[in-house]
Ligand binder design. Structure first.
Ligand code: PHB
Length: 391
């Protein structure tokens, strides 16, 4: 055989090896695209901590394959960066799943990439309703904002609140919150007396809070992305005397995120929110999650919140798919397994709706109270099997 021919054969063989399907390997790679630095750094930290909790509890091997997380930091809302990470993770690292996505703009940007590559994308947080309509390979284990906003409007109406001012972050989930709250509230005879949208990045709430105070509504309904923004809004609300003026604060549970609740302090006492997860949820599954979170992560990371719980459920879906497919992950087969999947999450019973690929779950009405000396979102009412009303 000629030298040249041998070289050609060797080259072709190397090429084939590179093209070998990822399932022939001994690992299942999960690309985790999230915010690990900047003002939204808690999102990535919480999602990853929840994933690690699941892996600590269930072992890091499933269907004979080792699960490997490959994290990428978008550093904040950065759709172009998220898209580039997705392309690299799929083509270079050959991940079988993409997961993570704290912020809506990052999830939106990746949807067309997974359609093209047929890679399942499991959203661990981003909650704008329409994201799951952007690709048949997208599913979501967190919530949609309309899903948690409608119950708040209904609760307010039942409790004598008839005039509300809305304040939301000016991007996908905030607009979803404003739209759904207004729709449900008006349908029940309520009146929205004013609306304000605040910037996603570096908001200063003082003007908004003053406008609400001047309008003297019975209540203000708020959606802000979890974390620092809730701390500063609640602080301003109290300092500017809105609570003292008898204006009630109602919100989706993002504002009393369990991870920052202690830092928000006693001004949160009595705050009513609607949400799908509270660290104070009383169930054996939640107790197991809290234990696994504490075992798997450094205590310095602080208390888990809904994003950690969703990171845990992200892995539940991945493990279940891996088991059902015997470790050989194929995008279409994975989505077929995911549609209709049911399990008991730390938050309660959940299912993936086969038509929308969104999560059906219980939405709880909670009140901030002291439990064993610590602030907690204590559930006192619930609506079971809530689907996304935004679709
Ligand atoms: C989102 O960007 O979709 C998002 C971020 C933070 C939240 C909820 C939704 O608390």
């Amino acid at each position: 055989m000629s030298h040249k021919l041998l070289r050609t054969i060797a080259f072709a063989a190397a090429g084939l090896a590179a093209l070998a399907p990822a399932y022939a390997q001994n690992t299942i790679k999960v690309g985790v695209i999230a915010e690990f630095s900047g003002p939204f750094a808690d999102y990535g930290a919480q999602i990853e901590a929840g994933m690690k909790a699941y892996m600590k509890q269930h072992g890091d091997t499933v269907a004979g394959k080792k699960i490997e997380l490959i994290t990428r930091d978008t550093k904040g809302p950065a759709p172009d960066v998220a898209k580039r990470f997705a392309q690299e993770l799929i083509t270079r690292d050959q991940v079988q799943f993409l997961a993570g996505f704290g912020l809506t703009p990052n999830a939106m940007a990746v949807a067309p990439v997974v359609t093209e590559a047929k890679v399942p994308m499991i959203i661990s947080n981003a909650a704008t309703s329409s994201i799951t309509t952007k690709s048949p390979y997208v599913t979501r284990v967190s919530m949609t904002i309309p899903q948690v906003s409608a119950p708040m409007a209904e609760w307010a109406l039942k409790n004598g609140i008839k005039q509300v001012y809305t304040v939301v972050a000016d991007y996908g989930p905030g607009i979803d919150a404003e739209t759904q709250f207004t729709k449900s509230f008006k349908a029940g005879g309520g009146e929205v007396v004013g609306t304000l949208r605040t910037p996603l990045q570096n908001p200063d709430f003082s003007a908004a809070i003053q406008r609400v105070k001047d309008a003297k509504p019975q209540a203000v309904f708020v959606f802000l992305p979890a974390g620092e923004q809730g701390i500063s809004f609640v602080k301003g609300f109290n300092e500017r005397g809105l609570a003292a003026a008898g204006i009630k604060l109602i919100a989706t549970g993002d504002i009393t995120d369990d991870h920052v609740l202690a830092a928000m302090g006693d001004p949160t006492l009595g705050l009513i929110t609607s949400f799908h997860y509270s660290a104070a949820h009383d169930s054996p599954e939640n107790a197991a999650f809290l234990k696994a979170y504490a075992d798997a992560n450094d205590a310095k990371l602080g208390a888990p919140n809904f994003m950690a719980a969703a990171g845990y459920d992200t892995m539940q879906v991945i493990y279940e798919v891996a088991k059902k497919l015997g470790g050989n992950i194929d995008g279409d087969k994975a989505m077929a397994v995911i549609k209709g999947m049911k399990w008991t999450s730390p938050r309660g019973p959940v299912a993936i709706d086969a038509d929308t690929r969104d999560i059906t779950q219980t939405v709880y009405i909670r009140k901030v109270e002291k439990k064993n000396g610590k602030l907690a979102n204590v559930e006192f009412d619930k609506i079971a099997d809530v689907k996304d009303p935004g679709k």
